[in-house]
Design a protein around this ligand. Structure first.
Ligand code: ZN
Length: 249
C-alpha cells in the first residue's frame, strides 16, 4: 500500500511542477487550548503532535508539507488559510479533536468526523462543532456575519470548484481514518468553519476522535495511535490525489 502511495505522490510531483504542497494546520495553539481530555491533555498539544507526524510522512513520500504552526503559538484563524494561499498550496488540512460538553455525552460520544465548508451546517451537532472551533477567533479578526458567513466565498466560481474537490478529499480521508482506526464513522459533514473559509484550494477540517471520551481520549495521546491517525490521513490525501489525476486525464 505504502509503495503504491509513494508512487502516486511522486508521480504527482513530477506532473505538477516542483512539488505537491500540503498545508497541515494543527488546531488551536498558545492561549487557544482547544478541548481538554478527562486526564488533562490539551487538544492544542495533541493536534500539533499528529500534524507533525502527518508532515513527516508526506515528506517521506516526496511531497512538501508546511505546518501553520510548528510550536505552541497563537495563530489567527484567518492567517492559517492565508498562509496556504500565499504558498499556493494544493491542499489545506486542519486537524482537531472533538469534545462533548456534558459528563453523559463525554462518556457516550466517540468516533471520527470530517468536515468541509458550507454556509449551512449539516445538522445541530455540526453547528455545535463549528461554533466551538470558531470560538478561537482572536481579537482583531473580522467578524463573520452569522446569518451568512461564507456567502462571498460560495458565490465565487473558482471556490465552488474547490468546494467540490474539498468534498472528495473529505470522503477519501474519512474513509481511510475509519478503516485504519476501526473507530465509529460519524460521517462527512459540512459547517461554516472560519479556518476553512479563506482557503483557495481543497480544504477540510478533521475531528480525528473525541478527546473528551475516556478510552478514545487515552488512545489519542499514544504515539502508536497518532502514527495510525497520521498514516490514514496521508493515505486519504494520496487516494484523493490519485483520483484527481485520473479525472483530469
Ligand atoms: Zn479544535
Amino acid at each position: 500500500m505504502l509503495a503504491h502511495l509513494a508512487a502516486a505522490l511522486i508521480a504527482l510531483s513530477a506532473t505538477r511542477g516542483p512539488s505537491f504542497v500540503a498545508v497541515i494546520d494543527p488546531g488551536h495553539g498558545g492561549e487557544q487550548e482547544g478541548a481538554v481530555s478527562p486526564r488533562g491533555d490539551r487538544e492544542k498539544e495533541l493536534t500539533l503532535q499528529i500534524a507533525r507526524r502527518v508532515a513527516a510522512r508526506l515528506k517521506r513520500l516526496g511531497a512538501k508539507a508546511v505546518l501553520t504552526r510548528a510550536a505552541d503559538a497563537s495563530v489567527p484563524l484567518a492567517a492559517r488559510a492565508a498562509l496556504a494561499n500565499a504558498i499556493r498550496a494544493d491542499l489545506f488540512v486542519s486537524i482537531h479533536l472533538n469534545s462533548m460538553p456534558t459528563a453523559e455525552a463525554r462518556r457516550a460520544s466517540h468516533g471520527i468526523e470530517t468536515y468541509f465548508l458550507s454556509a449551512d451546517a449539516s445538522d445541530a451537532s455540526a453547528t455545535a462543532v463549528a461554533a466551538r472551533e470558531n470560538a478561537d477567533r482572536l481579537a482583531g479578526e473580522p467578524e463573520l456575519d452569522p446569518s451568512d458567513p461564507v456567502a462571498a466565498i460560495l458565490s465565487d466560481l473558482e471556490d465552488t470548484a474547490a468546494l467540490q474537490q474539498s468534498s472528495r478529499l473529505a470522503y477519501a480521508v474519512q474513509e481511510r481514518l475509519v478503516q485504519a482506526l476501526g473507530a465509529e464513522d460519524r460521517g462527512v459533514k459540512q459547517a461554516p468553519f472560519y479556518v476553512l473559509a479563506g482557503a483557495r484550494m481543497p480544504a477540510v477540517l478533521l475531528e480525528v476522535g473525541f478527546i473528551s471520551h475516556p478510552a478514545e481520549g487515552d488512545r489519542l495521546r499514544s504515539a502508536a495511535y497518532q502514527e495510525q491517525v497520521a498514516g490514514a490521513i496521508v493515505e486519504g490525501i494520496a487516494a484523493y490525489r490519485a483520483q484527481t489525476v485520473r479525472a483530469s486525464r
